[in-house]
Design a protein around this ligand. Structure first.
Ligand code: DAU
Length: 246
């Protein structure tokens, strides 16, 4: 399976620092080394057996990411890069995902958001998905105390996801949809049909809801720590977690 890391966006919640720096290259100070944020999703893919990886980022910052990671050989992977133009009327996670089509071709693949930290690794899920003939999408859920910040999944008594709402004011559960998604290349047909949301983004939740509604999506609740670094507080919490884990 191939992997895609989405590291575009504007990082506006971390302004002013992200006016000139990519959020993905922000330093995560840790007892095991001072690596950029992007290091963690990259390691999640590599530790899950995925080494052929595309990184998408904005024009302003792609150069810095390439300078840091190069061809990936230092980290045991093979990296390719694509620019997501951020000055377009419509952006968003699902718009960035479209850029991966030529890289992915007919393969199945994993997408991970550049600001997500996972304690778990996903080797067995990657193997299951590679063989899975029924489901076109795997999602990974985590119980959180602030679900309104995320895509929120509702599951039924058989553990099936029945619905996902993006940043609901009144969340129906505490299960956040984390930023790791496994897809077949059917996802590219879907992204072509998507309509922008009110905030002018192509929403990944709209993509995922298609798979949920067609009963071809499998969800798994994670046991290990998960966090995104979308806000200053959550970026700090990742650093605290890594120091406590030591
Ligand atoms: O972290 C998990 C959450 O990520 C999910 O629960 C939500 O359903 C999903 O929409 C997303 O929410 P965020 O509000 O955290 O998304 P954000 O706009 O912060 O983007 C997260 C990462 O995705 C960002 O660090 C880089 C990448 N991204 C984002 C956008 C909007 C891109 O590569 N391009 C983009 O245009």
């Amino acid at each position: 399976m191939k992997g895609v890391i989405l590291a575009g966006g504007t990082g506006s919640r971390l302004y002013p620092w992200t006016r000139v720096n990519n959020k993905g290259l922000a330093c995560v100070y840790s007892p095991t080394g001072n690596f950029p944020q992007l290091h963690y999703p990259l390691q999640t893919l590599i530790n899950s057996g995925i080494t052929e990886i595309l990184i998408t980022s904005s024009r302003d910052h792609c150069g810095d990411i390439i300078e840091f990671y190069g061809d990936g050989s230092e980290y045991g992977c093979e990296l390719t890069y694509r620019i997501q133009e951020m000055d377009r009327p419509v952006t968003g996670i699902a718009q960035a995902l479209k850029l991966a089509e030529p890289f992915v071709g007919r393969d199945k693949f994993a997408v991970i958001l550049g600001d997500n930290y996972f304690e778990d690794t996903f080797k067995s899920e990657v193997e299951k998905f590679a063989k899975d003939k029924k489901n076109d999408c795997y999602l990974f859920l985590k119980e959180v105390h602030d679900p309104e910040r995320f895509g929120v999944a509702v599951i039924n008594n058989r553990g099936k996801i029945t619905e996902i709402e993006e940043k609901p004011k009144e969340p129906k559960s505490e299960l956040a949809v984390t930023g790791l998604y496994f897809y077949t290349n059917s996802v590219f047909d879907l992204t072509r049909e998507l309509k922008p949301s009110k905030r002018n983004e192509l929403e990944i939740t709209d993509v995922n809801n298609f798979y949920v509604q067609n009963d071809i999506c499998k969800g798994k609740i994670l046991e290990g720590h998960w966090q995104d670094a979308g806000t200053c507080e959550s970026a700090r919490d990742i650093i605290n977690f890594l120091w406590e884990k030591k």
